[in-house]
Design a protein around this ligand. Structure first.
Ligand code: NAD
Ligand code: MG
Length: 375
């Protein structure tokens, strides 16, 4: 079967990996829509490569320039993203915009009966209940792209959900796995961006260094798999080869292993339920020699405990955690906040922003806005 795919965030790290998958499987994947915000040069190249795709730029000026260069209309801003999300010729939307900007387009895609392959974990953390309920109502799928959730998705296939004891998310530990508290105070953006095993966008790289990435993923797992927070665990695995695991009632643990290449989970999401040849390098376990597992250092990295608290309380708390983290990461990258300042500011926002137990979308957006101001 051929999937007609819109990629929102096509110029980013996930977007580029998705392009690699699409190029390798032209018979199975057709790119019908593309968006990018600031890298207009790259968006122009991609739009030329996929001449039939509808294109959306970050602002009107970039859209006019691109339209002139391409000789076809180009959309822009949120309106444009919404149009792409509902393209009549699309079957599936891959959401790869960093942060929560993708929330409305993601909901719009589901409301227009498109399957949603979701890389942008922030939208599930902010509004997972709403996203999953909308998908269920419309009878469409939410397919996980995040490598951990894609691994769990594969391990759960054909299994009775009531036999699951816990989901075990693996975590590389980030670049400061072996650091001391004193080292963390002076971490620079350059050091935080140097991830030991994955090459990714700037925000997720900093999130991996603070372990907020894993915290966000715990909440993402809760919504994607309908699992209570206490059945979602994290284990440090520095090699990032076991992408995650599921433990069942009988004590069996199923795991998915693969090379550290996002093309693999992206392809599985885009071609699900089919397994096809992929452009990823095969995994050579004997070359690796050993796989290690450790307990996460929650004393030094409070992100996991904060995320567990937010995920357990539910309501507006995950949205507050997510938004305050997003603002804090921006401030850290701009040199306005220390590295430990990121979790300090998230903890403050979680205490200060008023809690709503069953929020509407508007109340989630209000909580998001209030949390960003707590910096
Ligand atoms: P990135 O920064 O490399 O790319 C982000 C993309 O979103 C770009 O195309 C950019 O132009 C677009 N974008 C950014 N802000 C936008 C806005 N306000 N409006 C419209 N478009 C905007 O990020 P990435 O590493 O590709 O990550 C994308 C998402 O996928 C994140 O939510 C991240 O957590 C998640 N994710 C990434 C990886 C990875 O390996 N990179 C793995 C798992 C999950
Ligand atoms: Mg991940």
């Amino acid at each position: 079967m051929k999937r007609r795919v819109v990629i929102l965030g096509a110029t980013g790290s996930i977007g580029e990996s998705a392009m690699r998958v699409a190029r390798a499987l032209p018979e199975r994947i057709e790119i019908v829509g593309l968006s990018g915000r600031n890298n207009t040069g790259r968006l122009l190249e991609l739009a030329c490569e996929f001449p039939k795709a509808a294109v959306c730029a970050g602002d009107e000026a970039a859209a006019n320039q691109l339209s002139h260069d391409l000789g076809r209309p180009v959309l822009h801003c949120e309106e444009g993203l919404l149009t792409l999300a509902a393209l009549p010729e699309a079957d599936l939307v891959l959401m790869a915009i960093v942060g929560t900007t993708g929330l409305k387009p993601a909901l719009h895609a589901l409301e227009n009966e498109k399957d949603l392959a979701v890389a942008s974990k922030e939208i599930l953390v902010m509004a997972g209940e709403l996203v999953m309920a909308t998908a269920a109502k419309m009878g469409v799928r939410v397919l996980p792209v995040d490598s951990e959730h894609n691994a769990i998705f594969q391990c759960l296939e054909g299994q009775d959900p009531s036999t699951v004891k816990r989901l075990i998310l693996t975590c590389s530990g980030g670049p400061f796995r072996k650091a001391g508290a004193a080292d963390l105070a002076s971490v620079t953006p350059e050091q935080a961006l140097r991830h030991p095993t994955w090459s990714m966008g700037r925000k997720i790289s900093v999130d991996s260094a603070t372990l907020f990435n894993k915290g966000l993923e715990m909440i993402e797992a809760k919504w994607l798999f309908g699992m209570p927070m206490e059945q979602v665990d994290v284990i440090v695995h520095p090699q990032s080869i076991v992408h995650s695991m599921v433990e069942f009632l009988d004590g069996s643990i199923l795991a998915q292993l693969g090379s550290t290449d996002m093309a693999l989970p992206i392809q599985y999401a885009l071609t699900y339920p089919e397994r096809l040849t992929s452009p990823c390098a095969p995994l050579d376990l004997t070359a690796l020699g050993k796989l290690e597992f450790e307990v996460p250092r929650t004393d030094l990295f409070p992100a996991l405990d904060l995320a567990r608290r937010a995920g357990t309380a539910g309501g507006t708390l995950p949205a507050v955690l997510n938004a305050s983290n997003e603002a804090a990461v921006d401030a850290f990258l701009a040199g306005r906040l220390s590295f430990p300042g990121i979790w300090e500011s998230v903890a403050r926002a979680m205490d200060e922003v008023p809690f709503v137990e069953h929020p509407t979308l508007d109340q989630l957006i209000e909580a998001d806005t209030a949390a960003r101001k707590c910096l």
